[in-house]
Each structure stands twice: as C-alpha cells, then as structure tokens.
Design a protein. Structure first.
Length: 160
C-alpha cells in the first residue's frame, strides 16, 4: 500500500457507502432500526471535495438515512440507494455528466463493486476489501480503513 495517485483531471468521485464511508458495520438498535458510524475525517473529506467543486456520487446496495443526511448537508445530488447492479448507474452518470475515463474515480470494497472497478480507469479500494477486489488490475488501496479515513485519503489526494 502506498500513497494514492490520481490525476488533476478528476471531476467526480463515485463511491460505495458501506465499507468505504463506514466501517462496514451495522448497529441494530432496541427498536430494530439500524444505524451506522461515520468518522469526522471522512465527513470533512466530503466537505472539502464539495468546497473544491468536485461532484460526488454515492451508489449503495443498501438504503439508509445516513446517506440521505450526508446528501442534504453537502448538497450531493447523485444519490443512488438500494442498487443491485451498480455498473448501470455508473454508466448513466458518465453519460449524464459527459465524463471521460480521466475525469472520475470509483471507490468500492466488495464484490458488488467489482464490475464498476473493472470498468473505471481510476479505481480505489480499502484494506479490508475482499481479496478479489484487491487483486483487480490497476487498483489502488488506501492506507486507512473504510470508515476510518479512507475517503478523506482520497479527498486529500485530489485536493493536494
């Protein structure tokens, strides 16, 4: 694992949520609602990217209020939840924003991200990702775990 390297042509960060912005754990409350823990380093990463005019898109296999809270607070327009086949959403984002392969990065941590990671030129995963992802051609691995500064690491790389 080394320092991330991304070009200054990136305009959009497309990311999974659980396992990237969270520690991949779900907490079940007494009333059977679920909650997730977010790290302020990663939240600051979202803020810094938005402040510096980067677009952020979240494509999640689950639906949860934490994503909606982040979207509202940071005016993230591209929120896609409860998505089983993520590549279709990624391709629609590329078309909608007329992005070239040089203009976006994809971050994911599990097998439902593999197709997107294989499609993207710039791809990032986290240390606790499944082995299949960590061996993908051209993949970069953050030093920090998901939910513990991995997203911030990407933001810092892009902002410089």
């Amino acid at each position: 694992m080394g320092k991330l390297q991304l070009p200054n042509t990136i305009k959009m960060v497309v990311t999974d949520f659980d396992g990237v912005l969270t520690d991949n754990c779900v907490y079940i409350n007494e009333d059977f609602t679920m909650s997730r823990k977010l790290n302020f380093k990663d939240i600051m990463g979202v803020h810094l990217l938005r402040k510096n005019d980067f677009q952020i898109a979240i494509i999640s296999g689950e639906k949860n209020s934490a994503i909606e809270t982040l979207a509202k607070k940071f005016k993230i327009e591209e929120i896609h939840q409860d998505i089983r086949i993520k590549i279709d959403v990624l391709k629609s984002l590329i078309e909608k924003y007329s992005l070239s392969q040089e203009e976006y990065v994809y971050i994911g941590d599990d097998v439902n991200d593999l197709e997107c990671l294989n499609f993207a030129k710039y791809k990032i995963t986290v240390p606790h990702a499944v082995e299949k992802l960590k061996s993908a051609e051209g993949i970069q691995i953050t030093e920090n775990d998901g939910g513990d500064g991995a997203f911030r690491e990407v933001a810092d790389c892009l902002i410089g």
